[in-house]
Design a protein around this ligand. Structure first.
Ligand code: SF4
Length: 388
């Protein structure tokens, strides 16, 4: 028998895509199989597994004996385990335990399977932590990545988990509001968002349900955006995305003046990150098609890339050179990188041992969007303005 998960085409984790760009699910389905599990997702899965094990023990769901045996096995067998990996997981586990302790007589469910079929046909998900009290339903989600901070505010994935948890437990509780938290230990970032149950249910019925129906039918308008297209399997071949990225260039082709104005540069800057990413993705996709499927692109050909010579057996080569009378043939011993050492020693111990020897040089001035959390540094222009 095929499980409902295998039928589900709309998942909570991809909801920021299909809720905004509804035709994307059907349109991108043929490209889905070309996607591979990345190291990042595998590392995230490992972090979730270790966190679940620790939380199960801390919350009396498994015996000490079982916990110790499984922890030992995890440390021995999991390729992502390191002292600093465990420290990050412990940081998250500590946060979850503190949150649980802040409620009076809460019930806790870990890795809770939630059913969203009332709103999205055949859709299921798994919520990392569900805390329930008489009036509050609290969802906590671990994001182990360290790429970008993910906000919990109006985050559809979390709101879907909350809907599913509400569906699962509302008969036994009198929830009035739902709290949703994203915890990112590697970015030291926490984000929480709160809604009344009424607002959540309205969102489910009036926004999610109709958009899910459109998405499953492959209908609606294509809506390219950085968020929606980021993990879309069709992102390299999608015309709507290409048109959006070329929009800026086409627009200035017909502009009157020869030089761009400041606000036009701002508009290009707004789009530049997404355009660079899109160009890289189109290049990568074309390479895969040419290399693995023999597809030909007019004016392009597949060649062997540049490579550098290398010694096949360093030990034998060193022996030959020494015998020939050369002594200065080895590199001086080199310390591993700061990140590698921190991974080896663990963040806390590393800090204790080497804090006095670590400096953080001033970073090169970088232009970023105004919403970036870093404080603005003063430029020459600003200094002149201040002086005036
Ligand atoms: S690439 Fe973007 S616009 Fe195109 S289908 Fe995917 S999400 Fe929609």
């Amino acid at each position: 028998m095929v499980s409902p998960v295998e039928h589900a085409r709309l998942s909570p984790s991809a909801s920021s895509r299909w809720l905004t760009c509804t035709p994307s699910v059907v349109f991108s389905a043929p490209y889905e199989k070309e996607r591979k599990d990345t190291t990042f997702t595998a590392e995230g899965t490992a972090a979730h597994a270790l966190a679940e094990l620790k939380l199960q023990f801390d919350n009396g769901k498994i015996t000490k004996r079982k916990f110790s045996a499984q922890l030992k096995k995890f440390k021995r067998e999991n390729e992502y385990y390191s002292v600093s990996f465990e420290e990050y997981v412990d940081d998250y586990v500590g946060f979850v335990n503190e949150t649980i302790a802040s409620y009076e007589q809460p019930e806790v469910e870990l890795e809770q399977r939630v059913n969203l079929s009332d709103w999205v046909e055949g859709c299921y998900g798994t919520s990392d932590v569900v805390i329930m009290t008489d009036s509050i339903l609290h969802i906590i989600d671990l994001k182990y990545g360290k790429g970008v901070p993910v906000s919990a505010v109006e985050n559809p994935q979390l709101m879907l988990y909350a809907l599913g948890a509400y569906h699962e437990f509302n008969l036994a509780y009198d929830f009035e509001k739902v709290r949703m938290t994203i915890y990112q230990p590697r970015l030291y970032d926490t984000s929480t968002y709160e809604l009344s149950i009424k607002e959540l249910l309205d969102w489910g019925v009036n926004f999610v349900k109709p958009r899910a129906q459109l998405a499953l039918a492959g209908e609606g308008e294509f809506a390219p955006s950085e968020k929606a297209c980021r993990f879309c399997p069709a992102r390299a071949v999608c015309k709507a995305r290409a048109e959006k990225n070329l929009e800026v260039a086409i627009k200035y082709d017909f502009a009157d003046a020869n030089a761009l104005e400041g606000d036009q540069i701002s508009e290009i800057l707004n789009q530049s990150k997404e355009i660079k990413k899109w160009l890289d993705e189109v290049e990568e996709w074309a390479l895969i098609q040419a290399r693995d499927k023999g597809q030909h692109f007019e004016g392009w050909k597949l060649v062997e890339g540049r490579s550098t010579r290398k010694i096949t057996n360093a030990e034998v080569a060193a022996g030959i050179l020494t015998e020939a009378g050369y002594s200065d043939i080895f590199k001086p011993q080199e310390l591993k990188t700061l990140t590698q050492l921190e991974k080896l020693v663990g963040k806390k111990k590393f800090g204790e041992l080497l804090n006095d020897l670590i400096v953080k040089p001033e970073g090169k001035p970088t232009l970023v969007v105004e919403t970036d959390k870093r404080p603005e540094i003063s430029s020459l222009g600003q200094a002149i303005k201040d002086f005036e």
